[in-house]
Design a protein around this ligand. Structure first.
Ligand SMILES: CSC[C@H]1O[C@H](OP(=O)(O)O)[C@H](O)[C@@H]1O
Length: 369
């Protein structure tokens, strides 16, 4: 995607040809800074600290983290150690574990001296594929937006609501939930996006608003608690969100607060769509509520707010009464019954095992084997 006219991906090889450059998303939207990763340990820390975040981008960063490890030591032991280090960074996004399994499948059969080049090649291929998958999600999601537009008066604004950041910053490029929005905007469809701020890390207020503003998409940031109210007043035509792990039966793990939006959408008859590339589907799971691991992050993310002070300094400010504790589950699970459809690179599927198996018979069968 473009920032000030310059095209970016979220992850790329540095000029030295072996270190990995990423955008430091903890500094956005106030500072656009890049970080160069030179080791698997630095890649792991970038994932843990959310310098990079978003399920597909976490997977891509981990893949390059394995390549960085192979530069130093390509032995079987070093490969397993890198996979374990990176696999332990964040539990919910299945793309991380999918990417690491793909790196293991490619590298384990090779002689150690062949592993470094193969690792960089596989990580680059994974990134290129993610761009294509997300672009395809955009096309299929655009079809849904066009259907909604057809039911409106010519030129009447279409209001979408999204939660957290499932834009190009969460992937290698294009994004998942935001890909259809970019394509609809570029096609001249009059859309507007309600952007949930998304407490506690405010990925919506900081990242989605930054993305949409950079692309010229009309949008309004709202508190997380306002979405249901807007739906009751008929001011939301469609909810579209991303996901970090979706089960083979269509249960959706996504940023905390997504479930509440799905309940409000269901109660108000608002279509609730989830956009995801197939690596985000965990074919081994059928009961998301019981089986998807939910990351518990630091209480400090709830008790403190990161932002720009009046004098232009980026800092964190305590907002919770001193002495009060905080809980910080980072994701929740929306049951398939509340999901209108799953927008994938192969089309839109009902949120069900039948719906997903029809679109992905090869993947569903492989998991069943
Ligand atoms: C396309 S994945 C986006 C997904 O990832 C976010 O989580 P985090 O910012 O903690 O990595 C959020 O759940 C988004 O929907």
């Amino acid at each position: 995607m473009k920032i000030n006219g310059q095209a970016y991906r979220t992850i790329w090889l540095a000029q030295d040809g072996w270190r990995v450059a990423v955008i430091d998303q903890t500094k956005l939207p106030f500072r656009f800074e890049t970080v160069t990763l030179g080791s698997a340990e630095q890649a792991a820390e970038a994932i843990r600290s959310m310098v990079v975040r978003g399920a597909p981008l976490i997977g891509a960063t981990a893949a390059y983290g394995v390549a960085l490890a192979m530069r130093v030591d390509a032995s079987d032991g070093a490969l397993e150690a890198a996979l374990a280090l990176l696999g332990a960074t964040r539990p919910t996004a299945v793309n991380l574990h999918w990417a690491l399994a793909r790196m293991r499948d490619r590298l384990a059969p090779l002689a150690p001296e062949e592993r470094m080049a193969a690792a960089y090649e596989e990580a680059a291929a994974l990134c290129d594929e993610d761009v294509a998958l997300c672009r395809a999600i955009g096309e299929h999601g655009l079809g849904i937006i066009r259907e909604i537009a057809a039911g409106k008066q010519p030129g009447e604004r279409i209001n979408l609501l999204t939660h957290c950041n499932a834009g190009w910053l969460a992937t290698v490029d294009w994004g998942t939930a935001l890909a259809p929005i970019y394509l609809a905007h570029d096609a001249g469809i009059p859309i507007h996006v309600w952007v949930d701020e998304t407490r506690p890390r405010n990925q919506g207020a900081a990242l989605t608003a930054y993305e949409l503003g950079s692309h010229g998409v009309p949008h309004t940031v709202i508190s997380d608690n306002a979405g249901g109210h807007l739906m009751q007043r008929g001011e939301v035509d469609m909810v579209i969100v991303g996901t970090d792990r979706t089960t083979a039966t269509g249960d959706v793990a996504n940023k905390i607060g997504t479930y509440l939006k799905a309940l409000a959408a269901h109660d108000n008859g608002v279509p609730f769509y989830v956009a995801l590339p197939s690596p985000t589907i965990d074919w081994s799971l059928s009961d998301g509520l019981r089986e998807i691991p939910i990351e518990e992050r630091s209480a400090r993310e709830v008790t403190h707010l990161a932002g720009l002070s009046e004098d232009g300094e980026v800092g964190t400010f305590r907002i919770v009464a001193p002495g009060s504790g905080a809980a910080n589950p980072a994701f929740d699970v929306t049951p398939a019954r509340l999901v209108t459809g799953l927008i994938t690179e192969r089309g839109v599927a009902p949120a069900s095992s039948e719906g997903l198996a029809r679109l992905f018979p090869d993947l569903a069968r492989g998991a069943a084997a």
